[in-house]
Every structure is written in structure tokens, then in C-alpha cells.
Design a protein around this ligand. Structure first.
Ligand SMILES: C[S@@+](CC[C@H](N)C(=O)[O-])C[C@H]1O[C@@H](n2cnc3c(N)ncnc32)[C@H](O)[C@@H]1O
Length: 217
């Protein structure tokens, strides 16, 4: 919740809990929060939801490649304008890894934007809700955020991404208060064992950024 419009998100969650909207309405409302700021942004990282400078983007997102330990395919679930796809290929290359990026996003305008920015990869950038989307292939690495689905669907989300989509599921980077291990505990309660984790300091005191990963067993 640190980086997002938490009041609006809380209202959308409450509307779902009260039966005012259904799950599709939840996804539509969440997409509605992102459409204008992303499409109106001037920098590629802001079109991916990260405010600040390019250095801020690198400092907060480069950690993703810590979870990559071999050559392979990488699916960014929630790829927005595709900027993380591009950067991950470069950052993995700096580690000597040949990583082929792919993406999927739930917002048609973001998929159009990503395909326009990355014309060589149009067939790798897909439109779909990752909770239900049928991937055209299996991927070695799949990155996502658990906040992309309602809280009561997160267990299904993790289960299906590992069963049907990819071999290593990378969650984050996401920000929590220092000491908050709720996501780790939820994953354990759902029967998943972490294969790796990285924590990086947050610029705001009291916060920490985390990246977790789980392998298909
Ligand atoms: C914060 S941006 C992430 C951009 C980039 N991948 C990164 O990590 O910096 C989140 C993206 O996830 C997409 N998204 C949210 N829920 C989704 C879902 N259920 N399936 C696919 N994409 C989703 C949003 O449309 C948005 O583009």
C-alpha cells in the first residue's frame, strides 16, 4: 500500500466485500485508477507506475534480476508499457544471462502502448487477466504482484501461476513496514516454500522493499 492510492484501493476492496461490485468490477475499478496516470506520464518508468527519477526506477526495480539464476524466458505479469521487460533483459545480460522477456497486462491501452514501444516483441505482449489468462507457453520466470487480484483470490493466483504459467514465481518488489511478514506467512499457510528473498532499504524510514520467489515443486 505504500506506493499506491491506498484510500481508493480500500474503498474498492470494501465495495467487493459488501457485494456492491463483483470481481470483474474490482479489476475494472483498479484499472481505472491506473489508466490516466500511466497514459499521461512522460517517462517510461512513470508509464509503469514508478514516480521519481530514472535512478529511483533502477534502485527499486533492478532487484528483480536477483531471482534470475539461469538463461530463460521471463514473463512480467502486469507489464504496463513494457519497460520492466526491456530493463530485465539488459540487467540480466549484465549478469551474463540471456533472458527473453514477455508480458501480459489487463488494460488494453497499456498493451497497445507496450506493443507500440516494443514493435519487435508484439507477439510476446499479451492482453489478459493473469488470474484467468491462458498463456501460449510456459515460462522459466514469472514476476507479479499479489495486489493484482482481490485478497480472497491470492492463493488461487499463486497456485495457478505456478501450475499453469511458470517454473519460478517472483513476487514484488513490494513495500511494507519493517518487520511485516504477512505475505511470507500467507505463502507458508497456503503450502508454498520460499526459494529466495531479498530485502532492500526503503527511502522512507520504517519501510522495506521485498522480493520473494517460490519454485514449482
Ligand atoms: C505497478 S504496474 C507494474 C509495472 C511493471 N511491471 C513494474 O513492475 O514496474 C502494475 C500493472 O499490472 C497490471 N495488472 C493489474 N492487475 C492485473 C491482472 N490481474 N492481470 C494482468 N495485469 C494486471 C496493471 O494494469 C498495471 O499495468
Amino acid at each position: 500500500m505504500w506506493d499506491l492510492a491506498w484510500r481508493e484501493i480500500a474503498a474498492i476492496d470494501a465495495a467487493l466485500a459488501d457485494g456492491v461490485i463483483d470481481q470483474q468490477g474490482w479489476h475494472d475499478a483498479m484499472a481505472g485508477l491506473l489508466r490516466e496516470p500511466y497514459l499521461g506520464a512522460k517517462t517510461p518508468w512513470e508509464q509503469s507506475g514508478k514516480s521519481g527519477t530514472e535512478q529511483d526506477w533502477v534502485r527499486t526495480r533492478k532487484v528483480v534480476v536477483e531471482a534470475l539464476d539461469r538463461h530463460g524466458s521471463f514473463l512480467d505479469v502486469g507489464c504496463a508499457n513494457g519497460y520492466l521487460m526491456e530493463c530485465v533483459a539488459i540487467w540480466a545480460g549484465e549478469k551474463g544471462l540471456d533472458v527473453q522477456p514477455h508480458g501480459v497486462d489487463i488494460v488494453p491501452e497499456f498493451v497497445e502502448l507496450a506493443r507500440g514501444r516494443l514493435p519487435g516483441w508484439t507477439d510476446r505482449i499479451h492482453l489478459g487477466n493473469a488470474l484467468t489468462w491462458n498463456p501460449p507457453q510456459r515460462y522459466d520466470f514469472v514476476r507479479t504482484g499479489l495486489e493484482y487480484v482481490p485478497a480472497n483470490r491470492r492463493r488461487d493466483f499463486v497456485t495457478r501461476l505456478l501450475a499453469d504459467v511458470g517454473d519460478r514465481l517472483i513476487i514484488g518488489p513490494y513495500t511494507v513496514d519493517i518487520g511485516d511478514e504477512e505475505t511470507e506467512h500467507e505463502l507458508a499457510d497456503w503450502g508454498f516454500t520460499l526459494s529466495g528473498r531479498v530485502e532492500t532499504p526503503h527511502e522512507k524510514p520504517g519501510g522495506v522493499r521485498k522480493l520473494l520467489w517460490v519454485d514449482q515443486s
